[in-house]
Design a protein around this ligand. Structure first.
Ligand code: NAD
Length: 484
């Protein structure tokens, strides 16, 4: 069976104002299976006019949606959670085919991504304000929360569902309408989700999905449109920077979930086996294509050899193959350019003196596969110390003093997440207080949790998604002064 035949029914048009429609002029672009390079679908290639129509629809729906009772907004999200969960296998096949990750990883993302729908269905009814007495007693101070207004969400390919629901669910819960532009490499998951939200009862125009290959051209006018009130972006720091510049003109509310360069610290008192378990998660979840992926293993010299040897054994035990095949742990990278970049970073490190413990060789044959790779003796000048690898490559650096480890961890423009393994309680506190990141995992290799605020500092962006903080990104605070 070809990958194309395995693809469940999924809409391939634009979703605007509650209807499915072709792009103006009928343009389409191909979606490919990274395991083979074969075309699996063609989706509508939106034009500037289509982008404008999507914003028109979001603007037209905004007033009624903001006035819809919070419980009703929440119930729609809750129904969508149920449908996504029930149809996990169908969506997992779509996701694996367009993105490459193994089915087990797709299912894990669906559980994670669906949870944002449930979490924010519960948050919708907890939007609250404040009432206080002015310090001089003369007036009363009332604060209320209102939806920001129409939102534009631009999402990446690496978690095609969760990076969408992390924005869509709080926007809907808050009473905002939304236009979503999913990544061109993985548009099918978002189109599938739009269909589900419609089935769950979402009114026309509240969610609009625009797929396009002319991203800058189609998104630019939306960002410049004064009716848009919020831009939320997940993707690379480079694109994020340019979007912040563009959004300055209209003084848009902006959230930026950008790149990472996560340090993974292993201290001499760590449980090394637990650290290796954590490393496998922090490195290999999503084939290393995660903003939270451990990018630099910074290991105390006294345990570095044991850690590297055990990590190498575990990496060698992983099965590489097409994501739809049984028992596969590591699928292909998303596209040729991504694999070339990973191969280049490894070649650079080897050229500068790193030792390859396993992997490091691009396999023959179709698909964008890259083997699980461990590098030791990695010099500080290696490019992968400062650049996001976004692939299954674990470089191990060493340290001797705690303060040096923290300094090494912070020696990056990024500040999304850091991991640390140690059994010393006082050290735990010094470490999490000293790390310049938005999130820290202590003795655990994964931090993503819909009930917690996800986000970064420095070049990893600003704004938080998930937790009780997540909905605030879609709410304005209004203050009313009440005189007697
Ligand atoms: P990308 O920046 O290339 O693309 C992200 C999205 O932006 C896509 O939908 C793309 O089409 C769109 N885009 C590209 N150019 C644009 C432009 N000029 N105007 C408007 N939109 C534009 O990133 P990617 O390769 O899809 O994703 C990988 C990156 O995302 C990595 O850097 C990763 O760290 C980051 N990421 C961050 C988080 C987080 O929460 N911090 C989560 C996942 C991924």
């Amino acid at each position: 069976m070809s990958a194309h035949d395995a693809l469940p029914e999924v809409p391939q048009q634009l979703f605007i104002g509650g209807s499915w429609r072709d792009a103006t002029g009928g343009g389409t672009f191909a979606v490919e299976d990274p395991a083979s390079g074969d075309e699996i679908a063609r989706v509508a290639d939106a034009t500037v006019e289509d982008g404008a129509a999507a914003l028109d629809a979001a603007v037209a729906a905004q007033k009624d949606w903001a006035a819809t009772p919070p419980r009703d907004r929440g119930e729609i999200l809750r129904r969508a959670f149920e449908i996504v969960t029930e149809r996990t296998d169908e969506l997992a096949t779509i996701m694996t085919l367009e993105m490459g990750k193994p089915l087990s990883e797709s299912r894990a993302e669906i559980a994670y991504g669906a949870e944002f729908l449930r979490w924010f269905s519960e948050e919708a009814v907890r939007i609250a304000g404040r009432y206080s007495v002015a310090p001089n007693g003369a007036t009363r101070l009332l604060t209320l929360k209102q939806p920001v207004g129409p939102v534009l969400a631009i999402t990446p390919w690496n978690f095609p569902l969760a990076m969408g629901t992390r924005k869509i669910a709080p926007a809907i819960a808050a009473g905002c309408t939304i236009v979503v532009k999913p990544a061109g490499l993985t548009p099918l998951t978002m189109l599938w989700l739009a269909q589900v939200l419609k089935e769950a009862g979402l009114p026309d125009g509240v969610l609009n999905v625009v797929t396009t290959k002319s991203t800058g051209k189609v998104m630019g006018p939306l960002i410049a449109d004064p009716r848009l009130r919020k831009l939320t972006f997940t993707g690379s720091t480079e694109v994020g920077r340019s979007l912040v510049e563009q959004s300055a003109q209209g003084l848009l509310r902006v959230s930026m979930e950008l790149g990472g360069n996560a340090p993974f610290l292993v201290f001499d008192d760590a449980d090394v086996d637990a650290a290796v378990d954590g490393a496998m998660l922090a490195k290999m979840r999503n084939i290393g294509e995660a903003c939270t992926a451990a990018n630099r293993f910074i290991v105390h010299e006294s345990v570095a050899e044991e850690f590297s040897t055990k990590l190498t054994e575990r990496m060698q035990g992983l099965k590489v193959g097409a994501g739809l095949e049984d028992g596969v742990d590591v699928g292909p990278l998303v596209e040729e350019a991504q694999r070339d970049k990973v191969a280049q970073l490894v070649a650079d490190a080897i050229g500068k003196g790193a030792t390859v413990r396993t992997g490091g060789v691009v396999p023959e044959g179709p698909g964008w596969f890259y083997p699980p790779t461990v590098l030791t003796d990695v010099p500080l000048e290696a490019d992968l110390r400062t650049e996001e690898i976004f692939g299954p490559v674990a470089p191990v650096f060493t340290f001797t003093e705690e303060a040096d480890a923290i300094a090494m961890a912070n020696d990056t423009e990024y500040g999304l997440v850091a991991y640390a393994f140690t059994r010393d309680h006082a050290r735990v506190i010094r470490v999490y207080e000293g790390l310049e990141t938005g999130m820290v995992g202590i003795n655990q290799g994964i931090v993503s949790n819909p009930a917690a605020p996800f986000g970064g500092v420095k070049a990893s962006g600003f704004g938080r998604e998930g937790g009780t903080e997540g909905i605030e990104e879609y709410l304005e605070t209004k203050y009313v002064g009440l005189a007697f």
